[in-house]
Structures are given as C-alpha cells and as structure tokens.
Design a protein. Structure first.
Ligand code: NAP
Length: 244
C-alpha cells in the first residue's frame, strides 16, 4: 500500500496501530474526538475534533486524500462508525473496522444483557449499591436511581447524576486486587458495564465473578454492513499491506 492512512482513534488499539504503521514508515494521521482532557497521543500526525457527520468526513477525505481509513474507535462509538461507513461508501476510500472482540461469559458469571444504558438503569433498579463503569457520557440514563451509585470515569461526569452518587476519577488498566478491594469497600451489589472487551478493564468482571456480584452488560450495535472487520492490530496492518 502506498499513501496516507487515517486512523479514527480514541482507543489503545488505535494508538498501537499508529505506532506499528509509523514504525513501518507509513504516513499516518490519527483522529481523536477531543472528549478526554489529557489524551494519550499516538505517534504521527494527530487531528482533534469531529468532522461534522458523514458529510463532513467525506469532505475531509476529499480535501485530505488517504489510501485507506481504519475505524479503530471504541466498540460503542457507533455514530463515528456509521459516519465512516457512509463516507467510505460515498467517496470509495477503503474502510476497515478494527474492533476488539466482546467479553465472553464464564462459569460463575451472572450476566444480564441489555440493549442500552436506559435498559441497564431499569435492570439495576431493584439492587442496592450500583457500580456504573460505562464512562462519563450518557450517565443521565441513571439519574433517576435512588440507591447509592458509584461512578468511575476518566474525566468528571456531567449532571444529571443519581442523587446519591460517588465519583471515582481513574483511567485503566485496573488490577484484579484493586477491583476486588473497590467492590468490597463500597459493598457493590451490581456492576454495570458496556461490552467493551479487551484486557484493560476486564478485571471488574473477574472480581464480580469471584464475589458473586451480578453484571449488567450493554450489548454492542452491529458493525455497518459491507465493512470488513478485524480484531487485532496485526490483522489491520496485514489488511493495509494487501491494498494496491
Ligand atoms: P460517537 O458517539 O460515535 O461519536 C460522536 C461524535 O464524536 C461523532 O459523530 C464525531 O463527530 C465525533 N468523533 C467520535 N470519534 C471521533 C474520532 N475518533 N475522531 C473525530 N471525531 C470523532 O463516539 P463517542 O462514544 O462519543 O466516543 C468519542 C471518542 O471516545 C471516540 O474516539 C472513541 O473511540 C472514544 N471512546 C469512546 C468510548 C465509549 O464508551 N463510547 C470509550 C472509550 C473511548 P462528527 O459527527 O462531528 O464527526
């Protein structure tokens, strides 16, 4: 493959892909949404901020020609993923979705699947202490909860929040020992998470299993049709290398 690659980022995979491509001498521009105050930056060029929907991304691609786009955004960044699919279809720029696999239930788990944060809030209504680990966006879905709610996010969440909310500001990875201690310290009765997958934030699931705590998981949206999907940085590099 010759030419530039646009990596839609905001994830560890996106940073690792940019690192691998830059090391191979590929011209990379990584794109971040600009949500996190102090993001970990990938090597190579970085641009920050939304494109203005699918139309804006198509216009950006027309003004900044690239050989391919790799959508390595978070599994729950579904608006960006949909925009990338539309812009690729319109412009003809090849698009690859790099998405880590979701988590797999194991013996001893008590997982309850839901389709949205709103459904997750309904699912935890009857529980005591709720641990919400879905990130700082969309927490308004839980605002009506009246029990103790522990929220963990990288940057401070914005209101509305549940009336009895404790916020912990932390960035993963989290160890099993720390997650066990946190769940015990706060007497957590149920954990809420998106099915983000990956090892960085997996320890909370192991801790919940060990303590017999149920987990409410928000299901992913499917990847848009006709977009090829890979699970690893190595597969993404191979896909790019195979491009003409
Ligand atoms: P989203 O709902 O899909 O995106 C909302 C809007 O933010 C998009 O329409 C786009 O704006 C802009 N945007 C998102 N990702 C972008 C990127 N990489 N470069 C430029 N613009 C981007 O996404 P989100 O859930 O808000 O996530 C925002 C960022 O945080 C993503 O980069 C994602 O990888 C990262 N992240 C998300 C989660 C999560 O749980 N959702 C967790 C960890 C990290 P325009 O329409 O104006 O182009």
């Amino acid at each position: 493959m010759t030419g530039r690659v646009l990596v839609l980022g905001g994830t560890g995979e996106a940073r690792r892909l940019a690192t691998a491509l830059v090391a191979d001498g590929v011209d990379v521009v990584s794109s971040l949404a600009g949500r996190v105050a102090d993001p970990l930056l990938p090597p190579g060029e970085v641009r920050v901020g939304g494109f203005g929907g699918a139309v804006g991304l198509a216009a950006w691609l027309a003004a900044n020609p690239v050989a391919a786009v790799v959508d390595a955004t978070h599994p729950f960044a579904s608006t960006m993923t949909a925009s990338a699919a539309s812009a690729s279809a319109v412009t003809g720029v090849p698009l690859l979705r790099l998405q880590r696999p979701g988590w797999t239930e194991q013996p001893g788990d008590d997982w309850r699947w839901v389709d949205s944060l709103e459904e997750a809030a309904v699912a935890v209504a009857g529980f005591g202490h709720v641990f919400v680990t879905t990130g700082r966006m969309g927490l308004g879905a839980f605002a009506g909860l009246t029990q103790e709610v522990l929220v963990r996010s990288v940057d401070p969440p914005e209101p509305p929040l549940p009336a009895r909310t404790t916020v912990i500001l932390e960035r993963g990875p989290f160890s099993l020992a720390d997650e066990l201690a946190l769940l015990r310290e706060h007497g957590v009765d149920v954990v809420v998470t998106k099915d983000s997958g990956g090892h960085m934030t997996e320890a909370k699931l192991t801790a919940a299993r060990e303590l017999g705590v149920p987990v409410v998981l928000v299901r992913r949206l499917p990847v848009p049709p006709r977009v090829p999907v890979v699970a690893t940085v190595e597969e993404a590099v191979a896909w790019l290398s195979a491009l003409p």
